[in-house]
Structures are given as C-alpha cells and as structure tokens.
Design a protein around this ligand. Structure first.
Ligand code: AMP
Length: 511
C-alpha cells in the first residue's frame, strides 16, 4: 500500500489524538488581535475554515497564497489551511523591501496576498487579485466556519510551499517544496531531535524561513505546544522559556548569542537549565557560542546543516555518547562541525570541494526556472554552493560558501575557521572574515570585528591572539573594527556587501 505523504497528516493526527491539548499560544503583543491559546481541535477547525473561505473566494487548488508576516498563529495555521487542501503557500520574508516582495508575489503569481498590519503601509503598492491585512476584520473573510472545504485528492508530489531564498545579489529564487519533501524532513528532523508530545516549542525561528525549518509540522504531528514569538529578543526569549516551560527552540547562531548575553540577568537561575534543547543552523556557530550554551545556559546544543532547497535538514550534530566524558570546551569543538547525514541523506564533495547532497528532502525545483534547477541538481546530486570536507568518511565540515573561500599566498583559507578563532576572544562580539585584493598575497585575509563595549583591544593584540589559535598563514593580516556587520533577515553575514568597497574597480571578485 502506498498512502500519499501530505501535510494534512500532521494536523489530522494532532486533532485526533491530542484534540483537547494546547496547540498554540499566540504572540500576545501584536498589531492584530491575538488568537490567544487554542487547542488542536480548534486549530484544525480554523485550518478547515481557511480552506473553505479560499474555496468561496474562487481560489483553485494549485493556486498560490502569499503571506508576509512576522511569526503568528495565523501564519502557523496557514501551513495547513492553505497547503493541506491543495493550494500552495508562499511565506515571504517580512524584512524584504516592497520591491522585493512585489517581485516574489508577481513571480509566483499569487492570487491571494495576506499582509501583517505593521507592513501594510510599506507594502501598500504590492497587490494581488485578493489582498488582505491580518486582523479581526479579515478573519471574517478568510475563515468560513459555515462550510466544509472542498476535498483535495492527496498528491505527495504536489508543491506544498514555495520559499524564496534570500541573501544573494541576484533575484531570489522560489524553492518548490513538495508535500513529500516536507513530510520526510519533518519526520527525520523530528526523529533526530526526539520531538515528542511533551515538547513545548518556542518559535524563535522565522516561520517563513524554510517553514520554520519544518518544526511547524513536526511539533504539530507529535501534539507538542507551539509558543509563538513575534520578535527575537534575548530577555523575552528567556522569560517565555520560563513562563511556558519551553523545551525546544531553533535559531541562527546570532539568536543563541542574544540569549547567552541576556542570561547574566538571571544569575544562576537561567530558565530551562537541563531541560531545553537548542538547534542552531543557518550560519556556522562559533565554538565559543556552543561552549557557553552548555556552561552558561545549561542547555543542550544541537547543530543542523542544510538549505531551503533541501527542506532543509541534511546533517545533524548532537552530543553523542562518545563525547560525554569531554569537557564543555572539548565538546564544543566536536559540535562545531555540521555533523553527520540524517537518515536517507548521502553527502559528498566534488573535485572543487563543493558539498553535494542526495536526499528525499531535495526540492522539486526552482519555480519557473528550469535552467537554474538543472544547474543545481546534476547527476543525481544537489549542488549546495558550500565548500567543505568530509572527515572520517561521514562528518561534514563546512568551510565556506564556495564563493567566500579566500586564496591567500596560494593557500586556501576558510573564513569560517578564522572567524571561529577571532570570535573565541572574550572581547569580540561579532566577526566577519573576508578576502580583499592585495598585490603581494593575491587576496589578503581581513577581519572585520565588533568589539565588546569598553574593550581596548587593538589590531595587533587580536592578530597576535589569533596566531595562538590557528596557523599563521590563515591569520588576518589586517583587522578593522566596526560598530555592526551587514546581515540578512535570517542571520547570515552578507559578505558580498562587506567585500564590495574593497573590490570596487576590479572586474573579478577573486585575485
Ligand atoms: P538558507 O537556504 O537561507 O537556509 O541558507 C542555507 C545556507 O546557510 C547554506 O548553504 C549554508 O551556507 C548556510 N548554513 C546553514 N546551516 C549551516 C551550518 N550548520 N553551518 C554553516 N553554514 C550553514
């Protein structure tokens, strides 16, 4: 028997088995009326009502519904209300400019656009056939409780969501994730993380970012509780962990750092000590961050690696039995690798050192961009664009975005490795390492550093410190201090922006 794997399975199970349980605690502090605390029976009723309302509006199955919103219970429910009844959800990064959002809405041909009230003004010119601003008024139109949704013949190969990738100079590409991609990512991620019915999951990750990496589905399927958080703030995260008994959260390394920095206010009584698992990805986590998660928060650190194109989880690094006897500092080094393949994933590197992956979680393709799809998926492998190596035959180490590798004096330098060394200095709060053109070295390793307030650290001190950590040829020849560094909405350094002024006038971005 083959039963199609579709996203409705997650919510259907939650409704059947855990109908009386709390499904979500919506963000109380938001411009629309909060949905408060609701059960899985109610969440499923709202998802059906959303599908029925879309039927009434005449939105056909297969049509796209775009939502531009900060995290909210309404967006969470849309992952089911839209996709589970045969339409395609396009959750859009709420930090994008009006032009970028307009491009995406147009590119995916969204018939419905749903916008957070706070973004209504800035996105006023972005329109679709039907445009709604989230709130009590539009709830009347977007949720029809009087009829049942039109049935959809489940098709696991149908596209469930289109997630536009961010962070490059080119126009974003629409990653088409099928029901099957999402289902298998949810199952394997949930399995590896031991997601269970006692979990209370805090949405520190933007829900638009690869569907909250899949936890939107995995936590629902197991009947865990979703605690919706609209804005990332270290102190507020710790308060919510305390208030709701949060056990699981995900985020970029910058989120982990924000929590660590806020934790000193809680003294020895950091919420979630011994009970919280934090999953970090999106950028390489510095080993200092990993160590502090264990020693200062008392939380368990997990790392995953993947891309929107891979649903996303490809590899995982969890504290293993074999590392129990290590000190936190030693364990942080082990945990700083991207990790080992999840079940069903095969990783490899090609002759150029690019990381390749083969898995049931690799996307169907880029929406309406067959050439880009063919360039990304070749010979049965997805080409990640990340540089890396595989140790001991199975442990993936990410060394750089392929285009970020620095070649200095003929040697390859991994900017990630240098960043980790610089960041381990106690007075360094943020760091980016880039290559800049240089007559002698070809490319010279430059460290851009944000110092802790009041730090007197000098360029020479920091370079000397770095030499105690890594080989001299990898160490920055120059360090510049900055007040902040350009990052994307999902916490990634925008190295092309940081590099641009140094490469002005050069035709190539390598030297
Ligand atoms: P996105 O599609 O926006 O999720 O971005 C995916 C990219 O984030 C990957 O290609 C990597 O460059 C980076 N990334 C994700 N997870 C990790 C990780 N654990 N370590 C290093 N880089 C990561």
């Amino acid at each position: 028997m083959k039963v199609p794997l579709t996203v409705i399975d997650h919510l259907r199970r939650a409704e059947q088995v855990y109908g009386h349980r709390t499904a979500f605690i919506d963000e109380p502090d938001q411009p629309a009326e909060s949905w408060g605390t609701q059960t899985y029976a109610e969440m499923a009723r709202r998802a059906r009502a959303q599908a029925a309302a879309l039927d009434k509006l005449g939105i056909p199955q297969g049509a796209r519904v775009a939502v531009v919103s900060q995290n909210s219970a309404r967006l969470l429910t849309s992952f089911f209300g839209v996709s589970a009844y045969g339409r395609i959800l396009a959750p859009i990064n709420f930090r994008l400019s009006a032009d970028e959002v307009a491009y995406i809405v147009d590119h995916c041909g969204a018939e419905v656009l749903i916008v957070d009230p706070e973004l209504d003004d800035s996105l006023r010119k972005v329109s679709a056939k039907h445009r709604f601003v989230i709130g009590a008024e539009s709830d009347e139109l977007l949720y029809d409780y009087s009829s049942e949704p039109r049935p959809w013949t489940p098709d696991e190969d149908a596209t469930a969501t289109i997630n536009y990738t961010s962070g490059t100079t080119a126009r974003p590409k629409g990653v088409q994730l099928t029901h099957r991609n999402i289902w298998l990512n949810s199952a394997t991620f949930g399995w590896h993380m031991g997601v269970n019915d006692r979990d209370v999951y805090l949405h520190t990750l933007p829900q638009f970012h690869c569907n909250g990496w899949g936890m939107v589905y995995a936590v629902t399927a197991m009947g865990g509780t979703h605690v919706v958080l609209r804005k990332v703030d270290g102190q507020e995260i710790l308060r919510r962990v305390d208030k709701h008994g949060v056990t699981l959260l995900c985020g970029a390394p910058a989120v982990a750092n924000a929590i660590i920095d806020a934790s000193s206010q809680f003294g020895s009584r950091v919420p979630g000590k011994g009970t919280v698992r934090i999953v970090v990805a999106g950028a390489p986590p510095p080993s200092k961050t990993i160590e502090r998660v264990e020693t200062e928060l008392g939380w368990q650190f997990h790392q995953i690696y993947g891309l929107t194109e891979t649903s996303p989880v490809l590899t995982i690094n969890s504290p293993r039995l074999e590392t129990d006897h290590l000190t936190p500092a030693e364990r942080s080094v082990v945990l700083s690798a991207a990790g080992v393949p999840t079940i069903g994933t095969e990783t490899a590197t090609n002759s150029e050192g690019e990381v390749l992956a083969r898995s049931n979680t690799v996307m169907d393709g880029y929406w309406n961009q067959p050439d880009a799809t063919d360039a990304a998926i070749m010979n049965g492998f997805f080409h990640t664009g990340d540089g890396g190596s595989i140790n001991d035959g199975h442990v993936l180490i990410i060394s750089d975005r392929k285009k970020d590798v620095i070649i200095s004096g003929g040697e390859n330098v991994s900017s990630i490795e240098v960043e980790d060394a610089l960041f381990s200095h106690p007075e360094v709060t943020e760091v980016a390492v880039i290559g800049i053109p240089d007559d002698k070295w070809g490319e010279l390793v430059l460290g851009l550093v944000v110092k802790a307030p009041d730090s007197k650290l000098s360029e020479e001190d920091l370079i000397a410190y770095c030499r105690t950590k890594i080989a001299a040829y990898k160490c920055p020849k120059k360090v510049e201090f900055r007040s902040e560094l350009a990052r994307t909405a999902t916490g990634k350094l925008q190295k092309f922006k940081l590099r641009a002024p140094y490469w002005d006038g050069y035709t190539k971005q390598v030297n």
